[in-house]
Structure formats: structure tokens, C-alpha cells
Design a binder for this molecule. Structure first.
Ligand code: AMP
Length: 197
């Protein structure tokens, strides 16, 4: 099994890269933002989720942890999972670790897409013209960055300590970033491969 986290600030290209990775390696693409947006339209929790998303705040841990857990435990014929937008804080990360330990699996690598706040904001504003997302606007972007810095960025150290981070310049074009991600996954294979006798 191959389990990957695509990490980075809002606008870094997590969704785009996660979907390319999922296709290439036959992985399930789990986007916590999409899960929540779906729940927001269909579920009873809609109004609550809308309030958090529209202000750029993280939804309460227990809510997203429950959704992710159900999704991870769902039977699937894929070769693993690529996470996009999850985990967003230490509590979510340790709950994910526990969940995978129970499955005798682990997060193999965390791809950190690095992007300056200025470039990311430019991209999100551009995306906002077509995405229809109520949080892709100037006011909410600022808050999403603040939340990223204070709650999500500390995860970098958490995963660094576990030797799982691969840093990639997220300002490069989509294809170049994807090539670099593929190299990271390939070297993972090489490291993990047991010598044949
Ligand atoms: P995204 O689609 O990843 O940009 O997420 C959009 C919004 O969904 C965020 O600003 C949060 O309100 C919410 N969200 C997405 N993922 C999470 C998460 N892992 N934990 C809490 N809230 C989340």
C-alpha cells in the first residue's frame, strides 16, 4: 500500500497534484475540503460546516476526523490513499497515525508544496473567478493563511521528526511539480525494496 499526504498552504496546488498522483498510482484521492463541501450540500451538518468554511476557519476536529475515518475504512480496490488538505493540525495527524497503525499501514511520505503567501493569494483569486467557492476571496484568504500558519504549519516539524517530508517548489508548473513528486515516490520504492537473495 502507498499512502501519501499532499501538504501545503491554500493555493499551493494540492488538489491538482493529488488528483494526478491518484490517477497515476491507482490511489484514492481523499480531499477533506471536498468531503466537507459534499456534506455541506447533502448532510444535516450543512449550516455548521458553511459557517466555518466561509470564514476560513477549520471545522471542529471531531467532525472532520469522523468523516475521514469513515472514508479511510471504506473498502476499496485501490493501492492506497492520497490525502489532500488532511491532516490540518497535530490532533488530526495523530488520529490518522493511529488509524493506519490499526490497519498495519502508515503514511509513507508527506509532499510539502512550498509557495509564498503572495503567489498563493494570486492563484486563489484567479481560481475564485471560476471555482464558485465562497472562500476564494480576498477577505477569507487572509484568514485561511493565518490558520495555516498557526495550526497547520507546525505539522511540518511533526512529520520532519518522522523523516517523512519531501519539499517541492510549488511555484513551478503543474507538470514539473508532478515529475518531482513521481521521483520522490520512486525513491521511496527503492529505499523500501528488500534485497533479493
Ligand atoms: P480546502 O478545500 O482544503 O481548501 O478547505 C476548505 C475549507 O474546508 C477550509 O478552510 C476549512 O474550513 C475546511 N477544511 C478542509 N480540510 C479541513 C481539515 N482537515 N480540518 C478542518 N477543516 C478543514
Amino acid at each position: 500500500m502507498l499512502n501519501i499526504v499532499i501538504f501545503g498552504p491554500p493555493g499551493a496546488g494540492k488538489g491538482t497534484q493529488a488528483s494526478l498522483v491518484a490517477k497515476k498510482y491507482n490511489l484514492r484521492h481523499l480531499s477533506s475540503g471536498d468531503l466537507l463541501r459534499l456534506e455541506r450540500e447533502n448532510g444535516e451538518l450543512g449550516d455548521k460546516i458553511k459557517k466555518y468554511q466561509d470564514s476560513g476557519q477549520l471545522v471542529p476536529d471531531q467532525l472532520i476526523i469522523k468523516l475521514i475515518k469513515a472514508a479511510v475504512l471504506k473498502k476499496s480496490s485501490t493501492a492506497g490513499i492520497v490525502f489532500d488538505g488532511y491532516p490540518r493540525n497535530i490532533k488530526q495527524a495523530s488520529s490518522l497515525k493511529k488509524l493506519f497503525q490499526e490497519k498495519r499501514e502508515e503514511i509513507d511520505v508527506v509532499i510539502n508544496l512550498k509557495l509564498s503567501a503572495e503567489k498563493a493569494a494570486q492563484r486563489i483569486l484567479l481560481r475564485g473567478q471560476t471555482s464558485g467557492r465562497s472562500d476564494d476571496n480576498k477577505k477569507v484568504i487572509l484568514n485561511r493563511f493565518r490558520v495555516y500558519k498557526s495550526q497547520t504549519a507546525p505539522l511540518l516539524e511533526y512529520y520532519q521528526n518522522q523523516g517523512k517530508i519531501v519539499n517541492i517548489d510549488g511555484s513551478l508548473d503543474v507538470e514539473t511539480v508532478f515529475n518531482k513528486i513521481q521521483s520522490a515516490i520512486t525513491s521511496l520504492d527503492t529505499v523500501n525494496k528488500k534485497p533479493h537473495i
